[in-house]
Design a protein around this ligand. Structure first.
Ligand code: 5HU
Ligand code: ZN
Length: 166
């Protein structure tokens, strides 16, 4: 008999997004994204971080202060990285799983790449103009929908200890 507590596709791809977020050096918000195609194959993953060659030791992770001294002008969002890291920039009919509802800039990238569905976990910035603008575009575009992940899962444990050592 097969196991019955296996992950659904939605849970699996969201878990990959959340695992990717663990790579983020952002001390405040770690975001991950995972793009899956119609065959349920992962075609791209990403997390928020500074561009290639821009050192985490030199660039600021500050949230407040002089704009150029904060992370905001420099950080690449998880969704942008997931699309850019994907095997193709044509992501027609793919879904993107994100830990956090995408901002307006990422939403443009997601729509233009041809992604047809956004599945998100947190909407903690729902009251910001960035997320409002994102939803205005998403509600207008007939090519894309969005939904919150539905799951009863609270946590997922990953152990690096081999089972025989338990
Ligand atoms: O959709 C997103 N994707 C994403 O990767 N981010 C990143 C940018 C920043 O590194 C961090 C947000 O920082 P903060 O919560 O401190 O403002 O998350 C932020 C958003 C905002 O919606
Ligand atoms: Zn964004």
């Amino acid at each position: 008999m097969k196991r019955d507590n296996y992950l659904s596709w939605d849970e699996y791809f969201m878990a990959v997004a959340l695992l990717s977020a663990q790579r983020s050096k952002d001390p405040n918000t770690q975001v991950g994204a995972c793009v899956a195609n119609e065959q349920n194959k992962i075609v791209g993953v990403g997390y928020n971080g500074f561009p290639w060659g821009c050192s985490d030791d030199e660039f600021p992770w500050e949230r407040q202060g002089e704009f150029l001294q904060t992370k905001y002008p420099y950080v690449c969002h998880a969704e942008l990285n997931a699309v850019l890291n994907s095997i193709s920039t044509d992501l027609k009919n793919c879904r993107i799983y994100v830990g956090l509802f995408p901002c307006n800039e990422c939403t443009k990238v997601i729509i233009q790449a041809g992604i047809k569905e956004i599945i998100y976990l947190s909407d903690k910035y729902r009251d910001t103009d960035q997320v409002r603008a994102a939803k205005i575009m998403l509600d207008k575009s007939p090519y894309i929908t969005y939904r919150k992940l539905e799951t009863n899962l609270k946590q997922l444990q990953i152990s690096f200890i081999p089972p025989e050592l338990f």
